[in-house]
Design a protein around this ligand. Structure first.
Ligand code: NAP
Length: 316
């Protein structure tokens, strides 16, 4: 059997790309300087597609791949995949859940600590030589504070577990209350924001959650509240967030994700009460390797006629 043809629409690390190239005829659409030429020559043979968690694969591209069978996402978020289109065409879509949960939860905890205890600001204070002149500012005790989690899934639960161990109180929202969960369910996001000191965003991106955290939710979070987003930039209305920070409607923000990565709204760069990270939720060697292994293992299983290791819930 000849190696199946696979199109790659995102930059891939060598620990995923090298093994892929060993077992598949890979076509690097992402790096190709002549994409129409690549499609004209190869599209009719392509059976698999590998993409990253963030970037969007348009249905127009999928339309040009008549033999496509499977999209393997290198990431847990599949908001870049046109899911309805895939369902209609019978395409399989796999992702890399679980293996990254702990790392992403660690980043959320880091952002709670960096914003709540002012660690980023305090570190800048030392580097600027300010400590030689005066003492550091007092910050806020985290124990006893309420954390509202939007999206108590795999990552949301891992965040809750960690913050609970720090003595914080946890409440959550989502489309439904979860059986067997001891955290308090608050059906309405605005009500959850109103009672939260930290609102942590951990639900999927995509059309269903676009701008879910809007100006009203931010107003409910209030001037002492902080938003932490480790999920997707699209979930928070970013212009409204910038305005809320500028006029003191909310107290601060810890952000790992943005609406138009890698571009960060300029006003945020100058704000002392904002902590900015370059989408590093799953960015450890160990986790990215595990994600790469799972991304390839799904392709391998499919082309060997074996059960997939993961399949997105909408297609299960
Ligand atoms: P998950 O297990 O599927 O959890 C998602 C949670 O969101 C579920 O509890 C779900 O609860 C809730 N939810 C789904 N749709 C919703 C909606 N329309 N409104 C409100 N809540 C909704 O996913 P996960 O593995 O925890 O990952 C969560 C997200 O984190 C991913 O989709 C990805 O975008 C992001 N992520 C970011 C990074 C990073 O590097 N920063 C890394 C990995 C993942 P209900 O079904 O009850 O609503």
């Amino acid at each position: 059997m000849p190696a199946p043809d696979v199109i790659v629409t995102a930059p891939l690390p060598p620990f995923l790309y090298d093994p892929l190239k060993a077992d598949y005829r890979c076509h690097d659409y992402y790096q190709s300087s002549h994409k129409p030429g690549l499609l004209a020559a190869e599209a009719s043979r392509i059976r698999g597609l590998v993409q990253g968690g963030g970037p969007v694969t348009p249905a127009e591209l999928l339309d040009k791949l008549p033999k496509l069978e499977i999209i393997s996402v290198f990431g847990v978020g599949y908001d870049g995949v046109p899911v309805d289109y895939c369902r209609k065409r019978g395409l399989k879509v796999t992702n890399t859940p679980d293996v990254l949960t702990d790392d992403v939860a660690d980043v959320a905890v880091g952002l709670v600590l960096m914003t709540g205890r002012g660690f980023a600001k305090a570190e800048r204070f030392v580097r600027a030589g300010e400590w030689e002149k005066k003492g550091p500012e007092l910050t806020t005790k985290l124990g006893g504070r309420t954390v509202g989690i939007l999206g108590l899934g795999r990552i949301g639960k891992a965040i809750a577990h960690r913050l609970e161990a720090m003595g914080m109180r946890i409440a959550y929202t989502g489309r439904k209350a979860q059986p067997g969960v001891h955290y308090r369910f608050v059906p309405d996001l605005k009500a959850l924001a109103a009672e939260s000191d930290f609102l942590v965003v951990a639900c999927p991106g995509g059309p269903a959650t676009k701008n879910l955290v809007n100006a009203d939710v931010l107003a409910a979070l209030g001037s002492k509240g902080t938003i932490v987003n480790i999920a997707r930039g699209s979930i928070v209305d970013e212009p409204a967030l910038v305005r809320a920070l500028q006029d003191g409607t909310i107290g601060g923000a810890g952000l790992d994700v943005f609406a138009d990565e890698p571009h960060v709204p300029k006003p945020l760069l100058a704000m002392d009460n904002v902590v900015l990270l370059p989408h590093v939720g799953s960015a450890t060697n160990e986790t990215r390797k595990a994600m790469g292994d799972l991304c390839k293992a799904n392709l391998d299983a499919w082309f060997a006629g074996k059960p997939l290791l993961t399949l997105i819930p909408e297609l299960a």
